[in-house]
Design a protein around this ligand. Structure first.
Ligand SMILES: Cc1cc2nc3c(=O)[nH]c(=O)nc-3n(C[C@H](O)[C@H](O)[C@H](O)COP(=O)(O)O)c2cc1C
Length: 133
């Protein structure tokens, strides 16, 4: 399995990850769960009305962290907006519960993909492993 596929699988299995953004000089963090691998890119989903979206528009630098079975994963990079309709549809198909809140044609649903990403798998027992994409 390719590195980015392992990252996506880990996030899927962990179910919840924590997304940190920058708000001026104040870090902000919140739980997220959306993840989609599409055309070789790792996407997450949010709403453009949310503070998190506004923070990323002002400063795309972000980091996510997830924990599962004694291992944790951090992905640091930039989150870039992508308004491609097909990707929104694919996200809604992967996680149909989102359809209660979003549609691919509303002005709110937002897909963001990681650029210049460094993903690090860590545990207390093994050396860290790094993947870039
Ligand atoms: C388990 C869990 C998963 C969540 N996943 C997402 C998600 O993938 N995308 C999203 O926009 N909000 C998600 N939320 C809601 C956000 O955490 C919430 O809207 C948060 O307030 C957004 O950050 P902000 O207030 O800084 O904009 C999730 C909440 C929980 C509890």
């Amino acid at each position: 399995m390719e590195g980015i596929e392992r990252v996506c699988q880990f996030l899927d299995e962990a179910q919840t990850y924590y997304l940190a953004t920058v708000d001026g000089d104040q870090p902000r963090v919140r739980p997220f769960g959306t993840v989609l691998l599409y055309d070789g890119k790792l996407y997450i989903q949010t709403g453009k009305v949310k503070d998190v979206s506004k923070q990323l528009a002002a400063n795309p630098k972000a980091e996510i962290c997830a924990f599962k079975n004694g291992k944790w994963l951090r992905v640091a990079g930039e989150l870039i907006n992508d308004d491609n309709h097909d990707i929104k549809v694919a996200m809604l198909e992967k996680m149909p519960s989102l359809k209660a809140m979003y549609s691919a044609d509303d002005d709110n649903m937002q897909m963001l993909y990681f650029q210049n990403a460094t993903a690090t798998f860590s545990s207390f027992t093994e050396a860290p492993e790094t993947v870039t994409f």
